[in-house]
Design a protein around this ligand. Sequence first.
Ligand code: HEM
Ligand SMILES: *[C@@H]1O[C@H](CO)[C@@H](O)[C@H](O)[C@H]1NC(C)=O
Ligand SMILES: *[C@@H]1O[C@H](CO)[C@@H](O)[C@H](O)[C@H]1NC(C)=O
Ligand SMILES: *[C@@H]1O[C@H](CO)[C@@H](O)[C@H](O)[C@H]1NC(C)=O
Ligand SMILES: *[C@@H]1O[C@H](CO)[C@@H](O)[C@H](O)[C@H]1NC(C)=O
Ligand SMILES: *[C@@H]1O[C@H](CO)[C@@H](O)[C@H](O)[C@H]1NC(C)=O
Ligand SMILES: *[C@@H]1O[C@H](CO)[C@@H](O)[C@H](O)[C@H]1NC(C)=O
Ligand SMILES: *[C@@H]1O[C@H](CO)[C@@H](O)[C@H](O)[C@H]1NC(C)=O
Length: 547
Amino acid sequence: MSLGLKKLSSLLFIVASATAYTWPNPQLDELESLVYDQHGFNSRGILAGALDPCSRFNFGDTVNRSNVADWIRTAYHDMATHNVADGTGGLDASIQYEQDRAENAGNGFFNSLRHLTLGITRYAGVADFIALGAKTAIEQCGGPKVPFRGGRVDAKVPNSPGVPEPQQDLESHIAAFARQGFTQTEMISLIACGHSFGGVQHSAFPDTVPLPDGVDDVSQTFDSTPFNFDNAIAFEYVHGTTNNPLVVGHNDTTNSDKRIFGSDGNATMASFAASPDLFKSTCGTLFARMLDTVPKEVQLTEVIEPLPVKPQSVLLTYMGDGTLHLSGQVRFWDTAESSSRSAKIVWADRAGQTNSSYADVLSTNANMVAFALNDGNFSSVWYNIGPAATNFSILDESAGISKFWFEVDEGDGSGVRTEDQDGVGFALQDALMLADSSCQTTSATLSSIATIDIAVRADVSPSRVYLEYDLFNTDSSGGSFNSVNTTDAQPATGRKVAASGYNIWTVQFPGSALATSLPRTVNIAANVGDAKIATASFTPFTRLKQC
Ligand code: HEM
Ligand SMILES: *[C@@H]1O[C@H](CO)[C@@H](O)[C@H](O)[C@H]1NC(C)=O
Ligand SMILES: *[C@@H]1O[C@H](CO)[C@@H](O)[C@H](O)[C@H]1NC(C)=O
Ligand SMILES: *[C@@H]1O[C@H](CO)[C@@H](O)[C@H](O)[C@H]1NC(C)=O
Ligand SMILES: *[C@@H]1O[C@H](CO)[C@@H](O)[C@H](O)[C@H]1NC(C)=O
Ligand SMILES: *[C@@H]1O[C@H](CO)[C@@H](O)[C@H](O)[C@H]1NC(C)=O
Ligand SMILES: *[C@@H]1O[C@H](CO)[C@@H](O)[C@H](O)[C@H]1NC(C)=O
Ligand SMILES: *[C@@H]1O[C@H](CO)[C@@H](O)[C@H](O)[C@H]1NC(C)=O
């Protein structure tokens, strides 16, 4: 009986974990975009852009170095301080404070962090970006799909040391991996997986890699394909053709890969050399475990699966003329463009009712195609809400909106398909929104001032209406962190539009508040009783008209 229940619940768990979450969920929406909006329309450049091509290296001209290899090594070294016995350490961005240690020789961590921290937000901190960087590098450059969970918490101080070093003996390495939570076989495998990329630099390990004449630095690669995941690391080792500096190095003391790979009589490496598929699937599992090794108090999110139909940047604008404009986009994941498809958005009013006039077209064009590489090449197509001539739909202000959904006709005779998250719909609040009277003094510069008018539904009595925006900060030890800063709005007395169901609040927002280069985003929020309501974010210094 108890066995049966256990079986049933693990079965249910598998089914549930494969199900995408329900939109909107700001944290999961953001993580999902970072994982799946990689190339083309609406893509996030930070991750995939820096890996295109996989040989790309942003920080100098040393041949055979790459962002890909640096990002994967950074994730391992950050994780490698984990202690399974007491649950301390793990992938928590403590590497930010550990770079002066001998066990973290080389400038790959500095390079990686300098780039990856550019993307941090309130929903994904440095540790999530380290994990995302490694995951994306592995997937973009020929490796297995690495299931991704978010929610890592950034450490504020260094962890206890514990990254393995090449001159240590086999027993130390077995013990270090056991402390991190990996068996000897898993140690052999994970090192082979990691050392499928990159190599050893002379500047970081001068005793291991000699400097040839005429160059400032050199990286001696672990295998003949340093920018791509494949089993060459194992094939070349087993067939005696390897140039891996940790196998054939002139000083046997630092030949750690040789000791480790041979420690089971070459059984694991031979199996990888014989089977690219086995190597790939083993690495997919172990990389995911590496990235999900976190301090014990950290609760990671579910695995981020792509939403089949995903709205993005859905915003209402209060027009003051009895209408609201609904703008935004929707992505149809793993879907090809098709001229025979017609798609529309349908909505329910504030009271939850729909009628035949609560619908509008979705429009797309040839530029609105995207793709993502996740152990397969997935094409997606984006649509704008509303006709192409405007990119918005017009709603009746007095009717409002509570949720929307999509109706899609592929034009192939199969009829109309409803995309409504299994009947739940896509919820949208109409109590708080940007007002069309908002404007900015000059075009997007740090000295421009935005006047952001906010429409608040008259039956809502907020205790506070404010703008929220993410700022990038560094602490005194050089660690990066995000802060969510706010600026309060005030009621714009005398600016209630006659006969409108909305009151106007207003706030002046200087371009300099966003501190770095424009455009950056803000969102509107309000506290109503114990609840907080918020809009999607928008870029004030591109979206607003001039005053
Ligand atoms: C006993 C364990 C390990 C030892 C002793 C070791 C040692 C080294 C050394 C000495 C380098 C050269 C670094 C440089 O020149 O900047 C290196 C590079 C690298 N390691 Fe490991 N490693 C180990 C485990 C791992 C693991 C488990 C992974 C990932 C799963 C990994 C991923 C990498 C990558 C991707 C590079 C290339 C970096 C680049 O080209 O910039 N290593 N490793
Ligand atoms: C870069 O790596 C490849 C593959 O190992 C190797 O053939 C080539 O000689 C390396 N280049 C330099 C300048 O070391
Ligand atoms: C070999 O490497 C070890 C560890 O870095 C070092 O202590 C030793 O001096 C080296 N031996 C030679 C001959 O270079
Ligand atoms: C393991 O493979 C290496 C490299 O091909 C070889 O030198 C070594 O002798 C092998 N060890 C065993 C126990 O077969
Ligand atoms: C549908 O909505 C429109 C706009 O709000 C309204 O004028 C019309 O009376 C509604 N029709 C029905 C049948 O409810
Ligand atoms: C993936 O598909 C896109 C769009 O269909 C295409 O542009 C791209 O070259 C493909 N990439 C790979 C690696 O196959
Ligand atoms: C509508 O959006 C598309 C794609 O984002 C863009 O190319 C087009 O210029 C927009 N049209 C208007 C009228 O803003
Ligand atoms: C933003 O918020 C952080 C944390 O609350 C605070 O330390 C910082 O001074 C604020 N920055 C600005 C520009 O308001």
